[in-house]
Write a protein that binds this ligand. Structure first.
Ligand SMILES: [Zn+2]
Length: 252
């Protein structure tokens, strides 16, 4: 089986959409459908025929183009129950098939209660929506810190060389915040420099890799001794340390 081809495209202010394509079968999936025009342009530029749409959560910047694109392409629609236009409702632990590959569904509530992430173990690929960002995590609009920490812990159980696609280009701002709570982390310092160079050149910083996130993303590092000491929370539970990091980011 050939590796999937991947086409990432930007839309709206700082959103990323992704197309996945199997050149053997011609099948193509799109993660989220926040902007119908951008999706049409991405399909036109690749020449790929859309066969599936995977929705991560109900927010408009992930769903606003869903009904139009599904109607125009006839693509099968997968996602959380309650999202208008999703035909196949999914929940934690379920899976479905994309062109011979198993797609595992991980429920990662916190940013919203309905958040789903998609994992293709065969390709070491994960689509983390607005749960895990490069050096960041989603704001807690519907869930609480304990819930989000459990969701991030679930993602951290994926293999270290898993490639992570997330839904926003927030990385430069996330790097500045990360340095404010983890100032002596040399891997973080190096990465912040690399991110600044990428952004100066107009390049995306997504996708990322789980191992790099574990080294540099403060929201995955609530158990790290240096961060705990920096926050004066040496003996607090990990979820409380995470909550404090999230609280600081909200007002950074
Ligand atoms: Zn969202």
């Amino acid at each position: 089986m050939m590796a999937l081809e991947i086409h990432q495209f930007g839309y709206d202010q700082d959103n990323y959409g992704v197309l996945l394509h199997d050149s053997d079968s011609g099948a193509t999936a799109m993660v989220d459908a926040g902007n119908a025009e951008a999706a049409r342009a991405a399909l036109a530029s690749t020449g790929w025929q859309l066969t599936q749409i995977w929705i991560t959560h109900h927010h408009g910047d992930h769903t606003a183009g869903l009904r139009d694109i599904a109607a125009e392409t006839g693509a099968a629609t997968y996602g959380p129950p309650g999202v208008h236009g999703v035909a196949h409702s999914l929940a934690e632990g379920e899976s479905f098939v994309f062109t011979g590959r198993q797609v595992d569904v991980l429920a990662t509530p916190g940013h919203t209660l309905d958040m789903l992430n998609f994992h293709l173990a065969s390709e070491k690929l994960a689509f983390t929506g607005d749960t895990l960002f490069a050096m960041g995590c989603g704001r807690l609009f519907e869930g609480d810190a304990e819930m989000m920490w459990a969701s991030l812990t679930k993602l951290m159980a994926l293999e270290d060389d898993t490639i992570i696609y997330c839904s926003h280009e927030y990385t430069a701002a996330n790097a500045a915040f990360a340095l404010s709570v983890d100032p002596d982390n040399q891997a973080l310092q190096r990465r912040a420099e690399a991110i600044a160079e990428l952004r100066a050149g107009g390049h995306p910083t997504v996708p990322t890799i789980m191992a790099l996130e574990k080294e540099t993303n403060p929201f995955l590092r609530a158990g790290d001794a240096a961060i705990r000491s920096f926050l004066g929370m040496d003996s607090a539970p990990d979820s409380a340390v995470f909550a404090e990091i999230r609280r600081r980011k909200d007002s950074f």
